[in-house]
Write a protein that binds this ligand. Structure first.
Ligand SMILES: [Zn+2]
Length: 344
């Protein structure tokens, strides 16, 4: 049985560790015993109509959440920080020497890879933006204009959309704390913090104002504040993270059935990151690793994958903090059918 109040860390055996590593390598996922995700949040979305919900990972903190009702086949698509262009900017040490695409400096403008986006994204109803750095927001204006999706983000994110002529009717500005009901889904906006980059020296106070005009340089795409989202859709409660940080009091009591958790090494700058997160979220039945790939390399290349040297230690951390949680390491663009995840 699942005890949501357990706090003891249980040591992981070498046999368990071997199993995790081998399944990760073969399938890209690890499965373990899970506990029930029944929550008040979950029942609020229960329409009684059978729904299939899938996730697809775009890299960085980018996701597609697709929920399809049966038998009518109606679908709703929520994109989270959809960034597919994966341009070579900043941090040259992360660039693939075999990647012949152009490189960009902070004074340059990145233009979206529209052919790639068109091949992967046909429909979107909502786009959620965690913060306004390029790897989160750069492709959102093109996708919003192409699909007509409503963009939900803070003031800086929304002003960037305005600069690219996304109409006001498609823009919802939030500051954190909102809990909005939409057709067939709801979104709670959670105040958060950016990753503690640069040995905790990272700090950005800049914003983008309403008068900014396109095209924006990389240097103009500033954080503007950080958010998380709790998306209730298709009977699932999906928590999204865009960074390796959180505000403990803001996540306490949330009970996601699926938690997309930032796993890049900067999370190690945070005191007891994984345990505090698991406890605050009530030991979620499923954790999916996010923001642990090299998003400056093209899809399908060896350097582009979710980094095993980052993901595997993080999987261990989750297993120790919450042994019953199913942990999944995603592969780019592969569909994860949430109904196929064994959890109880
Ligand atoms: Zn950022």
């Amino acid at each position: 049985m699942c005890n949501p109040y357990r706090k003891q860390i249980q040591p992981i055996s070498s046999r368990q560790k071997d199993k995790i590593v081998s399944i990760l390598i073969l399938l890209g996922i690890t499965l373990a015993l899970g506990c029930s995700g029944s929550t008040e949040d979950r029942t609020r979305t229960d329409t009684g109509i059978p729904q299939k919900t899938t996730l697809r990972y775009f890299g960085a903190a980018g996701w597609e959440i697709l929920s399809t009702s049966s038998p009518d086949g109606d679908s709703i698509v929520v994109l989270v920080d959809p960034y597919l262009t994966r341009a070579k900017y900043a941090s040259p040490e992360t660039w693939d020497p075999n990647d012949s695409r152009p490189t960009y400096s902070r004074d340059d403008t990145i233009f979206s890879d529209v052919d790639l986006i068109d091949s992967e994204i046909a429909k979107a109803d909502y786009i959620l933006i965690h913060h306004a750095h390029p790897d989160h927001i750069m492709d959102a204006p093109y996708i919003a204009k192409k699909t007509g999706a409503v963009v939900i983000g803070h003031e800086t994110a929304i002003n960037i959309m305005r600069a690219y002529d996304v109409p006001d009717s498609q823009l919802i500005t939030v500051r954190g704390g909102e809990d909005y009901q939409f057709n067939k889904m709801s979104v709670r906006v959670i105040p958060s913090l950016h990753s503690p980059l640069g040995d905790k020296r990272y700090y950005q106070s800049g914003t983008v104002d309403k008068e900014v005009s396109r095209p924006l340089k990389i240097s103009q795409l500033v954080e503007g504040g950080s958010l998380m989202f709790l998306v209730r859709i298709g009977g699932e409660v999906i928590l999204t993270m865009g960074s390796m940080n959180f505000i403990e009091r803001e996540i306490e009591g949330l009970r996601p059935t699926i938690a997309l958790v930032g796993a890049a090494p900067s999370h190690l700058e945070i005191q007891n990151y994984t345990m505090r997160l698991m406890e605050g979220l009530g030991f979620p039945p499923v954790v999916i690793v996010t923001h642990a790939d090299n998003y400056r390399t093209p899809y399908g290349t060896p350097m582009a994958k979710v980094r095993e040297d980052w993901a595997l230690p993080f999987v261990d951390e989750v297993r120790q903090a919450s042994p019953a949680t199913v942990v999944i390491v995603p592969e780019h663009l592969k569909v994860i059918d949430l109904s196929s995840i064994e959890r109880f």
